[in-house]
Design a protein around this ligand. Structure first.
Ligand code: KG4
Ligand code: ZN
Length: 334
């Protein structure tokens, strides 16, 4: 059965559309919203407005680039949650309009499930069961992936997400939003053993990242009292040491999860999986521990509709559609 699906992602601050034909993702059009940079974080109201402005052009570009007409579509997929309510509403409402107008079914996608399924866009694909460390601006989870649509969270953060820790630390350093990629860039030129930070150990496979933010704030305050130019003189080393610390926290738990479950197929996903320190250290760990490691292409780490499209493909195959009464969910468990 030939399936041509249009997928829309609008959960946060990227408006994105993608077309998938018979499980092959043809493109991934993304409009990034620069408007948030000067505010030091995503402003929900501005994000919804920007989605409204971008969505028609982004969808048009995805269809034209794939040489697909609206009338060719067999289904329309969208991110139902988790995410910002106003942002999600734009994508959900747009999908409802297309579904009604074209008389095609809708497929609702869980954004976090899609981050994991990004591993099935291109070869090599992981074998089931595998573990996926899903790390983004809103989530930090260790997911046991049993099948395409069967996933269990076996560890997660009890407070901030690791992406938030990167972004908040960057804000403390007066770097613009999103700070994660900037910390990554400065870290490349620094000594990752220059400074040490404390760690909050949580029970089981859970994480906590709120303590590191406060510790980082006090560390800089104390150092700046001694030397007002401390940050300017040590920016690379500060970023390298902080990044090393956060990556270490993530990979310690992931290693424990592998030991506990006996699973050696290990993947990472989500925006923070673009981090070069995490990618490098995971590759090394994979060699040390005999894991098969799966790291997504950079364009599929941060928010994108290609991952929504591939997730939609698997739901389409199973006939998992939703009705027009569907509503977005700011919180949506896996
Ligand atoms: O998955 P994503 O695009 O959006 C959410 O679903 O949250 O993740 C965004 C997060 C932000 O916190 C951003 O700073 C972080 O991913 N991020 C990075 C890097 N690239 C993006 N963090 C560290 N290093 C990077 N290279
Ligand atoms: Zn995301």
């Amino acid at each position: 059965m030939r399936s041509i699906i249009l997928a829309i992602e609008s959960s946060c601050d990227e408006t994105s559309a993608s077309v998938v034909v018979n499980g092959k993702v043809l493109n991934n059009i993304i409009a990034t919203q620069a408007v948030h940079q000067k505010y030091g974080g995503v402003v929900p109201e501005l994000a919804s407005r920007a989605h409204q402005q971008n969505i028609v052009a982004v969808v048009k570009e995805a269809l034209q680039g794939a040489n697909i007409r609206l009338t060719d579509l067999n289904a329309v997929a969208f991110t139902r949650g988790p995410g910002l309510m106003g942002s999600l509403l734009v994508g959900v409402s747009f999908a409802k309009g297309l579904s009604l107008g074209l008389r095609i079914p809708m497929i609702e996608i869980n954004h976090m499930q899609a981050h994991v399924l990004a591993h099935f866009i291109d070869e090599p694909v992981p074998a089931f069961p595998f573990l996926c460390l899903t790390v983004s601006g809103g989530h930090t989870q260790i997911v046991l992936v049993k099948d395409f649509l069967e996933m269990v969270v076996i560890g997660q953060t009890q407070d901030d997400a690791v992406g938030e820790a990167f972004d908040k630390a960057a804000k403390i350093l007066d770097l613009p939003y999103p700070g994660g990629p900037l910390i990554d860039a400065y870290a490349k030129r620094g000594n990752d053993q220059a400074f040490k930070f404390p760690e909050t150990i949580m029970p089981g496979l859970d994480f906590s990242f709120s303590g590191i933010k406060t510790a980082f704030l006090y560390f800089l305050r104390d150092e700046k009292q001694k030397n007002p130019a401390f940050v300017e003189e040590n920016l690379n080393d500060i970023c390298a040491s902080l990044q090393q610390h956060l990556v270490n926290m993530l990979l310690t738990r992931l290693t424990q999860a592998s030991d506990k479950t006996g699973i050696r197929q290990i993947a990472i996903a989500g925006g923070v999986s673009a981090n070069s320190g995490l990618r490098k250290r995971l590759k090394e760990l994979g060699v040390e521990r005999g894991w098969n490691v799966y790291i997504p292409a950079i364009e599929y780490c941060t928010d994108n509709a290609a991952m929504i499209a591939i997730a939609a493909h698997y739901k389409y195959k199973k006939g998992e559609f939703c009705g027009l009464e569907t509503t977005p969910l700011a919180r949506m468990p896996l």
